[in-house]
Ligand binder design. Structure first.
Ligand code: ATP
Ligand code: MG
Length: 568
C-alpha cells in the first residue's frame, strides 16, 4: 500500500487508542518525551511463543506508529540459563514476524561495565552496601507483609569499606553466595521489593557473551532500568507481574540521575485457552520425545506456528484482535485459526488432494485418453490465474465420498447417483468392487461427455460435487493432521501437575494423492486443499520433489468473531 493511501486510511480510522497509546500521546503532548523509543528484551533462554509475539508487535508497532525507534535487546544478564542457540532462533522469529530493529541490536551483557559503575555510584551516595547474609538469612530478615524487615548488619558499613568489598567481589575473592550488594531503600516498605533488594551477586560462571570476564552479575530489577536508560528507551513496556517492581525501577533511574529516565508501563500477558506455553513444559515434551523439537507444529512457539503454516500477517491480526489491556484475559485458539483462514483464503490456490484415496474408474471413458483441464487457481481471486490438471479414465477420490448404502441427505457417490467431479464432468455411480475381505478397492461410474465444466452445459443439476486427482499422474505424499496436544475435555493439567496429553494430536497419512502440480511445492508454501483445509509444506521433513504437508487448519469453524470485528 502506498504511504498516501495509508495516511488516508488512518484518518478514517476510529479514534480509539489503547491505554498505552494514551499514555504515550500524553507524554508527547506534555513534552515529557519528544520521541518514542521502545524495545523487546527477551532473555535468550528458550524459544519465543505467541505471547512474546504480542509484546514484539506491540513494541514495534508503537515505534512505527509514532515514528520512533525500536531496539532488539537480549536481556542476557543471567549466565545460568542462556544459550547462543536461542540468540539465533529469537532473531529469526522476530524478523519473520515482521519487526525490524535495523541496526539496533543490543546485548545487556555489553553494559556490564556501566552497570558496575552504576553500582559504585550508588555505594558512593550511601545508597548501596555489601551484605554477608546468605540468601536464606536475607529472606528471613526481610520480614513479612505484616511485619517490617530487620536491618542487615552490612548496612552499617562505611562507604569506603563497601567500595573495597565490592571491588573484591569483582576481583573474585569471594565464593558464590557469600556476598551480595544490596540497595539501601526501606526495610519497612509495604512493598517487599523495596526492602533493600539485592542488586549484585557473586557467580563464578562463564557467560555466553562475556566469557569469564565477570564473576559478579547484576540482578534483573537493577539491570533492566539501566539497560533502558543507556539505550534512551522512553516507554519500557513489560507484563503485569512487574507492576510491584515499578517503584524499584523508578528508584534506580532516579538515584542514578538519568536526565531523561524511561518509564515502565505494564500490560496483561496474552494467554491462550487450553494451550501450553510454559518453557518448563515444552522442554519436557521435547526431552521426552513427545514432540519433534521446539518447532513441533502442535506447539505455539513462533517457530512452531511458522512450521505449521501460520503467516506473520495472521499472527499480527490475532494480536490486534486480542487488544492491549491491563486486565488478564484468555484468548481462544479458534480465534487464531480464524485469522489464518482469513489471511489465506483469497491469497492461495485451491488445489485438489485426496487424503484417503480409493480408485474411481469411469467405465465409458476412452482407454488411454488424457484431457488437460484448465482450472482456476482460486475462483474468488482471478489474479491467481489457472493451472492444468490431467483427467483420465482412472482417478482417486476420497474413500468417504462413496457409500454403498447411503444414509439420508448423503449427496455424494452411491450406486445410481449422479455427482459432479470438480472442474470436470458429471458422473453416475454404477457400483464398486471389493477384495476378499470386503474392503472397497474400486468405485465405478460412467460419465456424460456433454457435462464438461465450462462447456456451458445447463441441462440438469446435481447436489454433490466431489474432488479427485488423476490416478496415474497424481503424486503420493505424506500429510499430517493435528489436534490440540492437550486433551481439552480434561483441561491442561493433571492433579500431579503433569500435562493432560491428547493421544490423537498427530495423525500421519502416508498414502495421500495430490494433483501433479503439488509435486513442485516448496518448503513453507501454503495451499488450500479443497474441502480439507489449509496446508503448508513442512520445511524440515520435505525433500525435493517429495513434499510433506502439515494441515494448518480445517476449513470450517464454529468460531464467531466478537461483535466489533464483524462491523468492519
Ligand atoms: P521467563 O518466564 O523465562 O522469564 P518470559 O516469557 O517472561 O519467560 P522473557 O524473555 O523475559 O520471557 O520475555 C520477553 C518479553 O516478552 C518480556 O517483556 C515479557 O514481558 C514479554 N512476554 C512474555 N510472555 C508474554 C505473554 N504471554 N504475553 C505478552 N508478553 C509476554
Ligand atoms: Mg521474563
Amino acid at each position: 500500500m502506498a504511504e498516501t493511501e495509508k495516511a488516508q486510511l488512518n484518518e478514517t480510522e476510529p479514534v480509539c487508542r489503547n491505554f498505552i497509546e494514551q499514555i504515550i500521546e500524553k507524554d508527547l503532548a506534555e513534552g515529557i518525551y519528544d520521541t518514542v523509543h521502545t524495545r523487546f528484551p527477551p532473555e535468550p533462554n528458550g524459544y519465543l511463543h505467541i505471547g512474546h509475539a504480542k509484546s514484539i508487535l506491540l513494541n514495534y508497532g508503537l515505534a512505527q506508529k509514532y515514528h520512533g525507534k525500536f531496539n532488539m535487546r537480549f536481556d542476557d544478564t543471567n549466565p545460568t540459563k542462556e544459550k547462543s542457540e536461542f540468540v539465533e532462533s529469537i532473531q529469526n522469529d522476530i524478523r519473520w514476524l515482521g519487526a525490524d530493529w535495523e541496526d539496533r541490536l543490543f546485548f545487556a551483557s555489553n553494559y556490564f561495565g556501566e552497570m558496575y559503575e552504576c553500582a559504585v555510584k550508588l555505594i558512593k551516595k550511601g545508597k548501596a552496601y555489601v551484605s554477608d547474609l546468605s540468601a536464606d538469612e536475607i529472606r528471613e530478615y526481610r520480614g513479612t507483609l505484616t511485619e517490617a524487615g530487620r536491618e542487615d548488619p552490612g548496612s552499617r558499613r562505611s562507604v569506603e569499606e563497601n567500595l573495597m568489598l565490592f571491588e573484591n567481589m569483582k576481583k573474585g575473592l569471594y565464593a558464590d553466595g557469600s556476598k551480595v550488594l544490596r540497595a539501601r531503600i526501606d526495610m519497612a516498605s509495604p512493598n517487599m521489593n523495596m526492602r533493600d533488594p539485592v542488586i549484585y551477586r557473586v557467580a563464578h560462571m562463564t557467560h555466553h557473551n562475556t566469557g569469564d570476564a565477570w564473576c559478579i552479575y547484576p540482578m534483573y530489577d537493577f539491570a533492566h532500568p539501566i539497560e533502558d536508560a543507556i539505550e534512551g528507551i522512553t516507554h519500557s513496556i513489560c507484563t503485569l507481574e512487574f507492576e510491584d517492581h515499578r517503584p524499584l525501577y523508578d528508584w534506580v533511574v532516579r538515584e542514578l540521575e538519568y536526565p531523561h529516565p524511561p518509564k515502565q508501563i505494564e500490560f496483561a500477558k496474552l494467554y491462550l485457552k487450553n494451550v501450553v506455553t510454559g518453557k518448563r513444559y515444552i522442554k519436557k515434551l521435547v526431552e521426552d520425545g513427545i514432540v519433534d523439537g521446539w518447532d513441533d507444529p502442535r506447539l505455539v512457539s513462533i517457530a512452531a506456528l511458522r512450521r505449521r503454516g501460520f503467516t506473520p500477517e495472521s499472527i499480527q491480526r490475532f494480536v490486534e484482535l486480542c487488544g492491549v489491556s491491563k486486565a488478564n484475559s484468555i484468548a481462544e485458539y479458534p480465534a487464531l485459526e480464524y485469522c489464518i483462514r482469513e489471511d489465506l483464503k483469497m491469497k492461495r490456490p485451491r488445489m485438489m488432494a485426496v487424503l484417503d484415496p480409493v480408485k474411481l474408474i469411469i467405465d465409458n471413458y476412452p482407454e488411454g485418453k488424457t484431457e488437460l483441464l484448465e482450472v482456476a487457481n482460486n475462483l474468488e481471486n482471478e489474479a491467481l490465474g489457472t493451472r492444468t490438471v490431467p483427467f483420465g479414465k482412472e482417478l482417486y477420490i476420497e474413500r468417504d465420498d462413496f457409500m454403498e448404502e447411503p444414509p439420508r441427505k448423503y449427496f455424494r457417490m452411491f450406486p445410481g447417483n449422479e455427482v459432479r467431479l470438480m472442474h470436470a464432468y458429471f458422473v453416475t455411480c454404477t457400483g464398486c468392487v471389493k477384495d476378499e475381505n470386503g474392503a472397497i478397492v474400486e468405485v465405478h461410474c460412467t460419465y456424460d461427455p456433454e457435462t464438461k465444466c465450462g462447456s456451458g452445459f445447463t441441462g440438469r443439476k446435481v447436489k454433490g460435487t466431489i474432488h479427485w486427482v488423476p490416478a496415474r499422474e497424481s503424486v503420493k505424499a505424506q500429510v499430517r493432521l493435528y489436534e490440540n496436544i492437550i486433551d481439552e475435555e480434561k483441561g491442561v493439567y493433571n492433579e500431579d501437575g503433569s500435562l493432560n496429553l491428547n493421544p490423537d494430536s498427530l495423525k500421519v497419512l502416508y498414502d495421500c494423492r495430490l494433483e501433479p502440480a503439488l509435486q513442485e511445492a516448496k518448503p513453507e508454501e501454503r495451499f488450500q486443499f479443497v474441502r480439507q483445509g489449509f496446508f503448508c509444506v513442512d520445511y524440515k521433513d520435505s525433500r525435493e520433489g517429495a513434499p510433506v504437508f502439515n494441515r494448518i487448519v480445517s476449513l470450517k469453524s464454529s468460531y464467531v468473531l466478537p461483535k466489533q470485528e464483524e462491523k468492519k
